[in-house]
Design a protein around this ligand. Sequence first.
Ligand code: ADP
Length: 449
Amino acid sequence: MFRKVLVANRGEIAVRVIRALKELNIPSVAIYSEADKDSLHIKIADEAYCVGPVSTSQSYLNIPSIMSVAEVSGADAVHPGYGFLAENAYFAEVCESSGVKFIGPSSEIITLMGDKARAREMMIQAGIPVVPGFNHDPEDLDKTREKAEKLGYPLLIKAAAGGGGKGMRIVHNSRELERAIETARSEAKAAFGNAEVYLEKYLEEPRHIEFQILADEHGNIVHLGERDCSIQRRHQKILEEAPSPALTEELREKMGATAIKVARTANYLNVGTVEFLLDNQNNFYFIEMNTRIQVEHPVTEMITGVDLIKEQIRIAAGEELSIKQEDIKINGVALECRINAEDPERKFMPCPGKIQNFILPGGPGVRVDSGVYSDYVIPPYYDSMLAKLIVWEEDREKALLRMERALSEFIIKGVKTTIPFHLKILNNAYFRRGDYNTNFINRRLKTED
Ligand code: ADP
């Protein structure tokens, strides 16, 4: 096992990882930017080092600075969390060559899955269903036009290096195509440093269903069931649940087996997520694999009893998985609401500032993963997520009541939050019936945009 682990992140995920390290009896090293000197993750870590000024490129993305902290502190492993360097193959490579274990897959796997167009090709070769589509060759727009016509509109342009719902553009007809490709390419270049794009058939009203994978160095791969992440705003998840109300046991088995096949095809290692879109005919299509822990991992933990962060650490230390597929039992229902410091009545504008009062909900089946506290000043430079509120109950009906109860108990004063918006979702009759897809917010809820 590791001597000491550096947590290369901030906010709730840094807190979550440090908690797992403490329970494994492994000393933790936190890093922070100058804007984060009062952050909770620093207070609970065994050691903490400032890695640079507020700008993320000079702090949380500053590889030389982070590697010096690893060296000075004597950390022999790094946990990247999600975001920042979690899917940065170069960082994983630097760790590998410095003898510091990167807690995640190898840099090769990160590179492969980070190129969504290439990952797609690989899965087609392996016989995995993918959304029909093709790569755009910037030298041959006519070919793209021809293929687009054949596939039929609407189409979705996606950045090969994309992520976080960014760099996507819907094209409704051939007149829009050329302009949309140009804009998507320049957006992709600006956001990801890579202009490459591909096109997919735009599925009408799919569900976003993702499977949690665990893979060790000894060739064992299991899945821990699915999460339904269809409640999205601008392609970004805001509420997740597990298991999905849309899956039968038979479909779960089929999709789970496909998710394992995806992981085997990629020679996958450590914790990962295979994302699918599911249409209303129960056809499912691979869209991408995420090579890191996901924001929404707690819902899987609640229904399986598996601590995914501890598993990541054990796998990285070379241990064999202690669970077999047949031992994994889905128990009850879990929901997660992402509580952001945003004003739902003003286009979800971020609301940084001082939290005057922060009182957590509690009681049976309630979990809060957060990196903030009363009197904490939310810096305006990073993401706006304050907390993840997770509940568990034995069935969906009861879980919904418990979430409603926990949301209404949660007191956050001083900044606007998305709590009222979550209550609106929970009170929607379609949502309560489990009848929803990725268009739910546009179609069933009135929002400002
Ligand atoms: P990212 O990596 O940026 O999150 P994904 O490929 O995972 O991008 O897609 C994010 C979301 O965008 C999906 O959950 C879904 O809501 C929507 N989406 C992606 N591909 C399609 C598609 N072909 N048709 C319809 N919606 C899609």
